[in-house]
Design a protein around this ligand. Sequence first.
Ligand SMILES: Nc1ncnc2c1ncn2[C@@H]1O[C@H](COP(=O)(O)OP(=O)(O)OP(=O)(O)O)[C@@H](O)[C@H]1O
Ligand SMILES: [Mg+2]
Length: 404
Amino acid sequence: MPHAQQLGRYHLLDRIAYGGMAEIYRAKTFDRTGHSHVVAVKRLLGHLIEDQSFLEMLVDEAKISAQLLHPNIARVYEFCHAGGEYFIAMEYVDGKDVRALLERGRQASQPLAPEHVAWIAMEAAQALHSAHIQQDRLGQALHIVHRDVSPSNLLCSYQGVVKLCDFGIAKATLTRVQTKTGVIKGKVKYMSPEQAMGRRLDHRSDLFSLGSVMYEMLTLRPPFQASAEVELIFAVRDARPRPLHELVPNVPPELVAIVDRAMVRSRTARYQSGEQLSLDLRIFLDRYAPGYRRTHFSHFLRRTFAPEIERELRQLEEFVISEAREAEVGVNLIADVLGQDAEFTQFTPLAPTPSQQSSAYTGEFQGARLEPHRLHREPTAIIVNTPTATPSVIPLDEDDLEEN
Ligand SMILES: Nc1ncnc2c1ncn2[C@@H]1O[C@H](COP(=O)(O)OP(=O)(O)OP(=O)(O)O)[C@@H](O)[C@H]1O
Ligand SMILES: [Mg+2]
């Protein structure tokens, strides 16, 4: 049986993904009532950490994203420095990302049904709207732009809820990867024209990107394709994808019109807010699939990924959590913006004692199937975190958010 490695307050279980920037793990943590909680841990790779200014930028961005509280945004709990490593602990979304849905669709040559596309986009648009109108404590607009609305950052929980993740991280990484040929290519595909051209962005850029993801869900083809990066940038800049009705004549024209309006090259002719976009999608759903609810999407996901769901649950159960060192919880570098009662302060690496286990431990897997944000609202004892070093506080520069 594999042993879970402790990192800060968390025990790393299986690795869900890895890339050029980070490794993503499912991880387990506990509260003093003996309940276990599953979270996602994004462990930053070594070469990023060597670059102090890059790290500071990531911390800055994490501070902003940690303040976004919305049912359709994956919560950020910590940007932690522990055991010589930097990682982000966030809400684990028990489900599949839209990239996996697209892959499944391609295998079966079956694009996503219009009602599921509308549901995913409606939830994502609501997430975007709430971030776009976010203000700081003084009531000043924060001008948050996600910058990387793409299939891999749209997570669909098996409960049927869609959660946007990686707010702000894109800004930090894009500045970093832009110099490295090849890395940017995957990112360009879902960029808005203004973003591909390196212009100043506002929130409407995210709405274009969401339109591009909708286009791909309906056709299984990204709207812009090219063999060379430069050509791809030009294709995105021109924003003239093959008309949807040519590729998929059966898609209801009302939905086609919504995608078209999200993907207009001119920002003024585009949807002006995520709210507008989500309203139009709701109207479409009410006409096209009356009574469509979260449970419909949930059933679709559970049917589509039935074998994976089984396997993912078994994998979690396999891990053994051995001794934990409470002193090694590390320092949360974004603690100053989270406040005294922040959720992370309730997390401890200490597994429950055997007596607690008999009452609470057995229920953990039902717990893990619940919506994570519901799980985390359970009353728990507060663990006082006494950091050994003062977290480095980097002042936020709001103007900087406007730049590309
Ligand atoms: N909070 C989470 N809960 C569940 N799965 C997650 C979570 N965060 C990420 N993942 C999974 O891990 C994958 C990789 O995430 P990561 O953000 O490192 O790379 P990416 O999304 O492919 O690229 P990028 O975010 O840089 O565009 C995601 O696509 C998703 O499937
Ligand atoms: Mg991501």
